[in-house]
Ligand binder design. Structure first.
Ligand code: CS2
Length: 440
């Protein structure tokens, strides 16, 4: 038996506190992976539970049909299992109404974004999904490709413009520095190239707020699905597993209306930068260091690596002495308390967060996680022993052959580390990664 709207759930399991069938779709989300389902969709479910109306979500997968196959037969329902040392709790989320697979039904994706009731298009397409060239500009050839977010959004914006409909808010929820401004620039460049007259309308009618999104969401395993089935009494192929902690900081700059996410825990602010920078350089920077150093020492999970007495001090130093001084904290933002909280979150033994999952796409993650910090200190004549150790561990990982390299630049990375000067080939002038940091 599969989870469905007819399932009678055990009393202990949370469920939508609103009439799902009465909600119109207001959000199209591109990249409906586990992270969206455990984060933004939960806030939106809470907002509708608190009385907000018509913020149903249409999820889009750009390539794979997996999530559509998981959620389609379940009427869009899925479970979020929250896990901590103290125990686990389950909650069924109802915000997602439908999942479309862009490669199979491209026009349906364009129609969903162009629908008059749609106000927001949000994105979790990972760093590489923005299709940037090494210098950060739009890779136009890739952006014209069949699985490019720009193609679908561009066609839908053109349809809205032609129909005299208002613009949209494009909400990037990915771990990029200045994610809103980056998306705005790339989208604008795409429109200028492909939909000539639309760039001016886009500037006037659309908004791209910055966001900082945070919740640790390991990939769901078969063992997770089996455990959740045991508790739920039915099979949920779309279940996701997450830590209890969740944070969402959003720049309050929307084109039309938006759910009152601030009523359910999100922070709507004028400047996201201090939160985003702290998260990228401290949390994500530490994560990537844990991944490469931890894998090098034979660990499998984050909680094991952070418990290693040789690794933990390296990570503490990376966060407190290397990353934190580079951040202009917002009033009331306590970076030392943030580091304490991160160490506790990494140590969560109930969350089996694989280091190899974090090690993926290093070329896309490392610039905003490590290189900005390295450059900041280099400008002041200082070194960062922890991040430098992490860079060495990444190079060893790329050379090692013990793990497959899952990265859009995999072949070029392998060639770079096989050559005589990997540091120069990776980070030096004309190197593979856009870098303000020049190794000695
Ligand atoms: C992780 C992130 O896989 C990774 O690269 O660092 O997914 C991290 O778990 C999230 O950003 C936490 O919010």
């Amino acid at each position: 038996m599969r989870l469905s709207p007819e399932t009678v759930l055990p009393a202990s399991v949370g469920r939508p506190a609103y009439d799902r069938s009465a909600q119109v779709v207001g959000i199209v989300h591109i990249g409906i992976g586990a992270f969206h389902r455990a984060h933004q969709a939960v806030y939106t479910d809470d907002a509708m539970g608190a009385g907000e109306r018509d913020w149903g979500i249409v999820g889009v997968s750009l390539r794979s049909g997996d999530v559509a196959a998981q959620l389609g037969p379940q009427g869009g329902l899925y479970t979020v299992a929250t896990r901590s040392a103290a125990g686990s709790s389950l909650r069924v989320i109802g915000a997602v109404q439908q999942v479309l697979v862009a490669s199979e039904e491209p026009q349906a994706v364009v129609d969903a974004i162009a629908a008059p009731a749609t106000q927001i298009v949000s994105f979790t397409v990972t760093e590489k999904g923005y299709l940037r060239a090494a210098d950060g500009s739009l890779d136009l050839a890739a952006a014209k490709g069949s699985s490019s977010l720009y193609r679908f959004v561009g066609a839908a914006l053109a349809a809205r413009h032609a129909a005299g409909l208002p613009g949209l808010t494009l909400l990037s929820c990915d771990n990029l520095a200045n994610n809103g401004a980056v998306l705005r620039r790339l989208m604008r460049d795409y429109l200028a190239a492909e939909h000539g007259g639309l760039a001016g309308w886009f500037d006037a009618q659309c908004r791209c707020p910055a966001t900082m999104i945070d919740r640790i969401v390991p990939a769901t395993t078969d063992a997770d699905r089996a455990a959740i089935e045991g508790e739920l009494g039915v099979r949920d192929e779309g279940a996701v597993v997450a830590e209890g902690f969740s944070q969402w900081v959003i720049e309050d700059d929307f084109a039309g209306s938006r759910p009152r996410w601030e009523a359910v825990g999100a922070e709507l602010v004028t400047d996201v930068a201090p939160y985003e920078t702290a998260k990228l350089r401290m949390l994500n920077g530490a994560h990537s260091a844990l991944a490469y150093i931890g894998l090098g020492k034979g660990h499998e999970f984050v909680h094991q690596a952070i418990a290693d007495p040789e690794i933990r001090p390296v990570i503490e130093r990376l966060m407190r002495d290397e990353a934190a001084p580079t951040i202009d904290a917002a009033p009331g933002q306590d970076l030392s308390a943030y580091a304490d909280a991160l160490l506790e979150r990494f140590a969560n033994p109930a969350l089996h967060h694989r280091l190899i999952q974090i090690a993926m796409d290093g070329s896309q993650k490392i610039p905003q996680r490590w290189l900005k910090t390295l450059a900041w200190h280099q400008r002041r004549g200082k070194r960062c022993p922890s991040i430098e150790a992490a860079v060495e561990a990444w190079i060893a990982f790329l050379r090692g052959g013990a793990h497959p390299i899952d990265d859009p630049l995999a072949d070029r990375l392998r060639a770079a580390v096989a050559g005589p000067d990997p540091m120069q080939a990776l980070f030096g002038d004309g190197g593979l990664l856009a870098s303000e940091w020049l190794p000695d």
